[in-house]
Design a protein around this ligand. Structure first.
Ligand code: C5P
Length: 398
């Protein structure tokens, strides 16, 4: 939030409080004249973060340079925006921290103007507003009513609650902002010979939906996928594999550089001991054929054993005793979380558009009701972000 120097700055203090209440993290930048109206201490106390004001202050630049400050943000809101600030932003001036942040911002920018009604109606101000709109800036208000200067008309800053609601409605929850998420998806194929393989009914839909949800939540996503009939999520780093061994190699290599690993793939538990070089021929005198399978490596359990392990989430697809198996896997594989679903009944799961999940972690659980896999993925991603934050908080205070 950037606060410029108008009497409405006092309302912005309330806006910070409302945004925090909604779970937003807020950093405040003030212009010098804003500090004449409200003390930076007010904003520091309400936001829980130091207030930034100087562009050329070495200490402030060290703690969080202006580029980092605006890179950090999912949204920049300038409230109140004075006529002077609007003029500077619309013309690309960058002679203080606020105007420089505006120029450096690549996130959505909201502006809540506040000024005397005559200043608001002045042609040049209206031209500046039109210019900002044409640059993609979203203008909130101003409202009509009594003004601090004693006049009546347009120029009052919109109420903090209205601004807060607008921001919350229009800003997607970016709970994984800045995090790297590794996801496995789909089935694996274990070759018997050059033309045959053993596989399973996994469609990859849940893993792909999770990749999309993680991207939407602001994460950088690496998707290691078995063979599926789905189009890859735009902006994810896709690694296509076929066998459990290839999936193992790709994931173990990548996992230490990621913050979260979600093992949504249906990895083969066993693969043929021998892959025949030539096609296995039908034998007229044999009515049975015995295949010898060997256990594959458990990717999920190995990720959870890594020294620098990511927050590790597994899946459990079961036809019976779902809760018991899921909880057992959670402890046996040393996971942070496990998402369990029924398969093999008319209950969603493999190769279906819908699914329901029972999610377990140490000392807790949550049921996510049957719904479209995309929605379910968004719910699971929020839960993962929440649990990870909670556990990191506990570690940091321990
Ligand atoms: O033990 P089970 O295979 O049922 O556990 C399922 C979970 O383990 C899934 O998250 C799956 O991606 C993962 N898994 C794995 N490597 C295997 C087998 C399963 O990562 N070889």
């Amino acid at each position: 939030m950037a606060v410029s120097g108008g009497i409405a700055a006092y309302k912005s203090a309330e806006l910070v409080r409302l945004l925090r209440k909604q779970g937003a993290k807020v950093r405040v930048v003030m212009t010098r004249s804003a500090m004449q109206f409200v003390s930076p201490l007010t904003f520091q106390a309400l936001s829980g973060n130091p207030v930034h004001s100087e562009l050329l202050d070495a200490d402030e630049e060290n703690s969080m340079g202006h580029i980092n400050l605006v890179r950090w943000a999912d949204v920049l809101v300038i409230a109140p925006a004075t006529a002077n600030t609007l003029a500077k932003c619309s013309h690309g001036l960058a002679d203080d921290l606020l105007s420089t942040l505006y120029l450096a911002a690549t996130c959505p920018v909201y502006v809540a103007p506040a000024m005397n009604q005559a200043m608001w109606h002045k042609t040049v101000t209206q031209e500046n507003i039109q210019k900002l709109k044409s640059h993609g800036v979203i203008i909130i208000g101003p409202e009509q009513g009594d003004q601090a200067c004693g006049e009546t008309g347009f120029g009052r800053m919109s109420e903090p609650l209205a601004i807060c609601n607008r921001l919350m409605d229009e800003t997607p929850t970016r709970c994984l902002s800045g995090l790297k998420v590794l996801i496995s998806a789909g089935p694996t194929r274990e070759p018997l010979d050059p033309v045959r393989y053993i596989t399973n009914r996994s469609s990859g839909k849940m893993g792909y939906a999770l990749a999309n949800a993680a991207l939407k939540a602001g994460a950088k996503v690496t998707l290691v996928s078995g063979p599926v009939m789905l189009s890859p999520p735009v902006n994810a780093d896709l690694i296509s594999v076929e066998t459990a061994a290839q999936m193992h190699a790709a994931i173990i290599g990548k996992a230490p550089a990621h913050d979260i690993y979600i093992g949504a793939a249906a990895v083969a538990d066993y693969s043929p001991m021998i892959t025949e070089q030539g096609k296995i021929k039908k034998q007229d005198d044999q009515t049975t054929l015995t295949l010898t399978l060997q256990k594959t490596r458990d990717i999920l359990a190995e990720v959870a054993q890594l020294v620098n392990r990511p927050f590790t989430v597994g899946f459990a697809a079961e036809t019976h005793d779902l809760e018991q198996y899921a909880k057992d896997k959670l402890t046996r594989k040393n996971l942070d979380m496990i998402a369990a679903n029924w398969v093999g009944r008319d209950l969603g799961g493999f190769d279906s558009e819908q699914n329901a999940l029972q999610v377990f972690w140490k000392n807790g659980q949550k049921n996510l009701a049957m719904t479209d896999k995309n929605q379910l993925a968004e719910q699971l991603i929020s839960l993962i972000a929440e649990r990870r934050e909670y556990e990191r908080g506990n570690k940091n205070t321990a």
